[in-house]
Design a protein around this ligand. Structure first.
Ligand code: 13P
Length: 249
């Protein structure tokens, strides 16, 4: 499988800037041949979808709710996302877990995304305190179990896992590729237990302070199937440079 470049634009851009960046992604994907995902804010989805039409860049969303309709003020349904052409949905991002999102909510969201024919990008990762207390393996394993139990991914219904250690997000200090690769091996072993044969269809991405200067180290690791990039993905020039490396890897 080709290595995936996924851009999580977080809350960095206006709708206007998102449209311009989407155009730049489309061009960069055409020039580099990279497989790319762009995940703008909810408010920009409609215009970004239009800007990406006819390009190879897939539309992503940064979150979702698990119900299709009802009295859920402020939530966005998987049905609505799918109708807009969204193909990937980030669930369980640590910035949402830090605001109280539980493992149970992440599991419901991942299942709802799959049920609507989209691909969940399930984020897992430990905090600095958990790392220092030698609890990384236990935390990653239990987050994975909670999110993937019962999902049964297949090549027709793929799931993506993103290993994003919280201490590496937005800090400018990424996990060493060697260290990330070891966690990816752990995730693979756990996936074999959780989803058996479906494991082959699961891509495992790394995220956390990835930029053009360090992306090559992650992409060179066979255990790492691509990258989920925040800050640097919101810069057209940096995104293109990373796409070019992902396409070559
Ligand atoms: P940064 O690349 O800004 O560290 O963010 C990573 C991330 O959270 C992607 O989802």
């Amino acid at each position: 499988m080709p290595k995936l470049f996924a851009g999580n634009w977080k809350l960095y851009l206006t709708d206007e800037a998102s449209v311009a960046l989407a155009r730049a992604y489309g061009e960069a994907a055409r020039e580099t041949g990279a497989e790319a995902v762009a995940a703008p804010s909810f408010t920009a989805l409609v215009r970004v979808a239009a800007a990406l039409a006819g390009t190879e860049v897939a539309l992503g969303a940064q979150d979702v709710y698990w119900e299709d309709a009802g009295a859920h003020t402020g939530e966005v349904s998987p049905a609505a996302l799918s109708a807009l052409g969204v193909r990937y949905v980030i669930v369980g991002h640590s910035e949402r877990r830090a605001m109280g999102e539980t493992d149970e909510a992440v599991a419901r969201k991942a299942a709802a995304v799959l049920a609507h024919g989209m691909t969940p990008i399930v984020c897992v990762g430990e905090t600095e305190e958990e790392k220092d207390a030698d609890r990384r393996e236990e935390v990653v394993r239990s987050q994975l179990r909670a999110a993937l139990d019962g999902l049964h991914p297949t090549s027709e219904r793929p799931v993506i896992v993103a290993y994003e250690p919280r201490w590496a997000i937005g800090t400018g200090v990424p996990c060493e590729p060697e260290e990330a690769a070891a966690v990816h091996r752990l995730i693979r072993r756990e996936l074999e237990v959780l989803v058996g044969e479906g494991t082959a269809s699961v891509r495992v991405l790394y995220g956390g302070s990835v930029d053009p200067s360090n992306v090559g180290g992650f992409l060179a690791r066979p255990e790492i199937d691509g990258v989920l990039v925040g800050g640097a993905s919101a810069d057209a020039g940096k995104a293109k440079a990373m796409m070019a490396m992902a396409a070559e890897a």
